[in-house]
Every structure is written in C-alpha cells, then in structure tokens.
Design a protein around this ligand. Structure first.
Ligand code: FES
Ligand SMILES: [Fe+2]
Length: 483
C-alpha cells in the first residue's frame, strides 16, 4: 500500500483528469464545466452521533433546516391559482401555492385556530379550509371565514394577524425555493455559482417527466452522501467500472459560493481500478449494453462498435441520436460530457440537480420522523420536445419504506443502480450506532465535499445558538473534529 501524504485534498488518482477528458469532446464544452475548484477543507473525522442522535437532529432542525433555502417544487406544478404542493421538512410544513394575483407564496401549513395541518396532499382548491372547525383562507392566505365568528373578536376585529404566516419564496428558472427565516440571505446570493453555471444548462428548458419520493431507513446525510461521491462505485456498482471513471472523478467546492459544490464523474473511460487496458471497443460496448437498460433505450444491447473508434465520442453520438428520438428534441449541440457524464451539482443543504441531459435528474433529501429515516426525491427533468406544447408535469409517486424504487412507474433500469445504493443504507445506519469507533473518517479529496457539508451545518448551529443566547456546549459533543 502506498501513501501520499503531501497535497491532502488534491486528487492523486490514476487515470486521466476530467479537464483533460473534456478536451477530447466533439462539441464545444460549456464554460461552466471547465470551472472547478478543490480547496482543501481539512482531514478531521466526523462524529457518528451526528447521524443517530435526536439531540443533533433537533439542532439541525432548529438552526439549519429553518434557515436555509430549499427546493420545494416546480413552478409548472403550481401553474394555476389555488394549485399547491405541500412541502414538509423536519416537522415544518408549507403550502406552496399560487394566488389569484399570480404570486407564488409559501403558507405555513397549520390552522391559526388550534393548529391543525390544513393540507396533506398536493392539489388545486378555491380556498384552504381547516377540516376541524372549518376556518377558511383564500389562496393568498388571507382569513376569509370563521364559523361562529362572534366568539373570536381577537381575529375578526383586528387585534390578531389574520393571514397564514408565510415563508420566503424565490423563483429560479422554473423552480420554487422556500426559506423559513425572514432574515435569510437572498437566494440569488446563496446560490450564485449554481445560477451562473446553470445558464449553460437551463432547467426552464426541461419538464418534470418523472418524480418519485421514497422513505429510506437511514439519516438524510447518509443517503445524500452516497450520491455525492464516486468512491463507492468500486464496491457498490462494480458492473459500471469498465466505462466509468470513478476514482478520477472531479470534486469542486466553489470558495466564492460555499453552498454550491459539484461532483463530476466522467463516463466512457475505464475505471482506474481496472488494471489492464481495455480496448475502446470494449469500453463502448459495455457502456451501450448497460445503458440500454438504465436509460431505457431498446435494441442496443448487441451493438458492436467498429474498429478505430474513441469510446466517449462513439457512445455520446449513439446516445445523442437515440435520445433525440426519445425526447423528440434536437440534441446535436450537446457536448459529449452533457450526454454521457454524471455532473451533479449540490446546493446546501440537500438539493442536487444534474447538469447534463444523459440522465437529466434532480435529487432532494429531507430528514424523516427520526434520525434513522429520511425522504429522497428523484426527478427526471427531460428536455422539452421541439415544437410541441409543454407536457404536463408527471404525477408524483410516493413510496413507503418497504417499497422498491422499481415500483415507481417510469423509474426503468435506473432502479437497479438505486437498489444497489439502498442495500447499503440499513447497514450504514446500524453501524453508525456501534461505539467501537465513534467517528467516521472521510477521504481528503473524494469525500471532501461531505466534510465541507458537515462543517457548514456546524456553522449554522453555532451561529443560531449564539443568536439565541444559548451555550455552544449544546453542540460541542457533535462538532466536526477528532475524538
Ligand atoms: S383547528 Fe382549524 S378550525 Fe379549528
Ligand atoms: Fe451509487
């Protein structure tokens, strides 16, 4: 075993670097893809209790989830007045809805009488009526009717506010974000690098072709972290090693926009973990055969790439053509990386849109009822078909803890890879409760973004405690750092 203790936080992987691979692309590469930054963010361990303790989950809820910008829904899902999506996170709930004035609002989903949750499901209404005693609000959130109002002069004669409390709303490129902190930083500042980079990958030119949300038996950070690094490919997804540059993935944290980071996993190149040199034909053939399942292409499992091809260019062209037909859109200008690579941005705390369109996915993670569970959303954001009406957003499939991803109609072969990831989570969560070693140890480069995310959570909690006049001792046992 060799050790490389100089330049911690820098890639020492074998195999070509992502930026070198991009130079071989057959189309102009969007500028955003060439912008990378990998600051060293430390080597400290992370306490296991951060994933398992109710006390830490409570601190996250009080000082992080209540103060960060979170993706709630697509504007297309609330296109008409009264249409709404219920966004739940860590015991809080918002009704994200469009008023008769066209304005998008995020109304706190709790009756002002005795607290009842007003809406449990997405839908369209003329007003919001509490199921308990029938108090009613219009779709702008203003109180409209109180049965027996003579008994509530506090509300009906103006001594109490009558509209449902609102969270902040930001609209970006067809997406709706919410923040429950009235004094939060503007979304545009927090997400600046994401906004800038996605000018090259406009989400408003896509539509929601698939959406499923599933309860998963592990802490939200466990699940999110598994979709934030390529290090686990070698053991969890060994079938993709012949055509996946796992170890030579690129990881970026943008110092000027520290809530934004990126995982760039090149495809159409063999894993550096495979010692023998595969031929370009083998890499291409394995990739096409695999993707005929995972991307829902048919009749491509027997493709024999000709001599003299370059695997990336060949596969990208094959998929570009196939996807143009599948999406009924001309994808000729999309470069090879956008067609075949996994380019996953991350906006703190838990929203992750893919930049390319080979797998045009978006992920979201939210804490569950206990530290041992969470909810993961998967969206497929397909390119808009050329010259056709914008398709209606797909209906959301809700999967219980005991259901498999493949039970969601439209998940296709993607479910196989997801189930490989899912098979780890119960064991991870269980092992995090083992006290033999009290910390997890992240790699300096490949898992640096994970460490950075934990440190950002700590910043929110420490600042929140200070502002509340409470002692930092409350979080001290959990802070990132060695035992
Ligand atoms: S709790 Fe809502 S009307 Fe009584
Ligand atoms: Fe995975």
């Amino acid at each position: 075993m060799t050790t490389l203790d100089n330049d911690p936080g820098v890639s020492h992987s074998r195999g070509p670097k992502v930026q070198e691979i991009l130079k071989t692309d057959t189309r102009p590469v969007p500028k955003a893809l060439t912008e990378f930054a990998s600051p060293y963010v430390g080597s400290e361990d992370v306490k296991k209790a951060r994933y398992t303790s109710q006390a830490f989950a409570d601190l996250e809820k009080e000082f992080m989830w209540s103060k960060t910008w979170q993706f709630a829904c697509l504007e297309a899902e609330i296109a008409t007045p009264g249409s709404h999506v219920v966004y739940d996170v860590a015991d809080e709930s918002l009704i994200v809805t469009r008023g008769n004035d066209g304005v998008v609002r995020a109304l706190h989903n709790a009756c002002m009488h005795r607290g009842t949750r007003l809406k449990d499901d997405d839908g369209t209404v003329a007003s919001f009526v509490c199921p308990f005693h029938g108090w009613e609000w219009d779709v702008q959130g203003d109180l409209k009717n109180v049965p027996g109002e003579w008994d509530f002069p506090q509300f009906t004669h103006g001594s109490k506010p009558t509209c449902l409390p609102q969270a902040k709303v930001a609209l970006w490129d067809g997406l709706v974000f919410v923040n429950m902190d009235p004094n939060c930083e503007p979304f545009e500042k927090v997400a600046s690098t994401l906004i800038e980079h996605f000018k090259d990958f406009p989400l408003s030119k896509r539509y929601k072709a698939f959406h499923a949300v599933k309860e998963v038996p592990a802490n939200w950070k466990v699940v999110m972290e598994a979709f934030s690094e390529g290090y686990h490919v070698i053991a969890t997804h060994p079938q993709i090693k012949p055509f996946c540059g796992d170890e030579n993935s690129e990881y970026s944290i943008y110092p000027e926009s520290p809530f934004v980071s990126r995982f760039f996993n090149p495809f159409g190149v063999q894993s550096p973990h495979i010692v023998e040199q595969l031929t370009e034909q083998t890499v291409a053939a394995e990739f096409v055969a695999f993707s005929s399942r995972s991307r829902g292409y048919s009749d491509q499992s027997q493709v024999q790439p000709p001599d003299g091809i370059q695997a990336r260019a060949y596969v990208a062209e094959t998929f570009r053509e196939r996807m143009s037909g599948m999406f009924r859109a001309d994808l000729d200008s999309y470069t090879d990386a956008e067609i075949i690579d996994a380019i996953l941005y991350h906006l703190f705390p838990a929203f992750a849109p893919w930049a390319g369109i080979g797998q045009p996915l978006m992920y979201r993670w939210r804490p569950g009822r206990t530290p041992d569970s969470c909810f993961m959303d998967v969206y497929r954001m397909a390119p808009l078909p050329d010259g056709e009406d914008i398709p209606e957003p797909a209906v959301t499939t809700k999967l219980r803890l005991d259901q498999a991803w493949k039970e969601a109609p439209g998940m296709a072969g993607l479910a196989d890879v997801f189930e490989q990831d899912m098979s780890n989570f119960g064991f991870v969560q269980q092992g995090l409760k083992s006290t033999g070693k009290k910390t997890v140890t992240f790699g300096n480069y490949q898992e640096g973004r994970l460490r950075h995310m934990h440190k950002t959570i700590d910043t929110f909690i420490l600042q929140g405690l200070a502002e509340a006049g409470r002692s930092a001792d409350e979080v001290a046992p959990f802070l990132v750092g060695n035992e």
